[in-house]
Design a protein around this ligand. Structure first.
Ligand SMILES: Nc1nc2c(ncn2[C@@H]2O[C@H](COP(=O)(O)OP(=O)(O)O)[C@@H](O)[C@H]2O)c(=O)[nH]1
Ligand SMILES: [Mg+2]
Length: 218
């Protein structure tokens, strides 16, 4: 990675929301994080922001019950100048126990659906999948639904340290082929050994930079 990479230099919890009128202003580009409960979403958010305790890590599934908006400041130094930009990272409740849990089911058919199906500022959805697992029905369903919504998806295989390097590589290629996605749309990430941190941040920033028109309405 060259000197000219983006890094996250500041992160702040802004608000929780379940309705559009509660979404924070000013509008900024958004990057949403979704995945099954316990996949390591909060841990990934803390690792990307280098702020332990920003998002709550929990061994009890289903703790996040709202859309949680964090404002991130990204910075990139080039020879001539310093670029800065802001975006919202949006943490969504976990899916995967919707079949058995009525409340989770209602959330996914209610405010989460409302958000994802009408999110003019949503530039990217990072879908987290545990690297040790096979593709589960709930992951496929969520992925297909995001595609139907016309959203851009980046897959993060979490807990990469739980597998050997070779096993992790083969899972990476399995998920990439199964979902039919490009190499730059998938990352294997380990929170204890975050060697992919800057690369992942820069993959997000590339998508934000490519997005030509951002719906800014203050
Ligand atoms: N070994 C390992 N454990 C992880 C990693 N990421 C998360 N965990 C653990 O997985 C559990 C669930 O994490 P959490 O971030 O709360 O998941 P969430 O429910 O998706 O937000 C916690 O016990 C974390 O410490 C990782 O990269 N490596
Ligand atoms: Mg969480």
């Amino acid at each position: 990675m060259t000197k000219e990479h983006w890094d996250i230099i500041r992160a702040e919890f802004i608000t929780s929301a379940v309705r559009a009128d509660q979404y924070p202003k000013p509008y900024l580009p958004e990057v949403a994080f979704i995945g099954r409960s316990n996949v390591g979403k909060s841990s990934l958010i803390n690792s990307v922001c280098r702020r332990n305790g920003l998002a709550r890590v929990s061994s009890t599934p289903g703790k996040t019950q709202t859309l949680n908006f964090y404002r991130l400041d990204a910075k990139r130094k080039t020879e001539e100048a310093e670029d800065r930009t802001q975006f919202y990272l949006v943490d969504l409740p976990g899916y995967g126990f919707a079949r058995t849990n009525q409340k989770n089911k209602e959330q996914w058919s209610g405010f989460i659906r409302n958000y994802l199906e009408d999110a003019p500022n949503l530039a990217l959805v990072c879908q987290l999948i545990d690297i040790r697992h096979k593709l589960m029905d709930s992951d496929i369903e969520a992925y297909n639904w995001l595609m139907e919504c016309g959203l851009k998806v980046h897959v993060v295989l979490t807990k990469a340290d739980k597998l050997s390097k070779n096993a992790a590589m083969s899972q990476l290629s399995f998920f990439r082929k199964s979902l039919g996605i490009a190499p730059e749309q998938i990352t294997a990430y380990s929170v204890p050994q975050p060697v992919m941190r800057l690369e992942f941040i820069n993959q997000i920033m590339n998508v934000l930079e490519d997005r030509s028109e951002i719906n800014v309405e203050i």
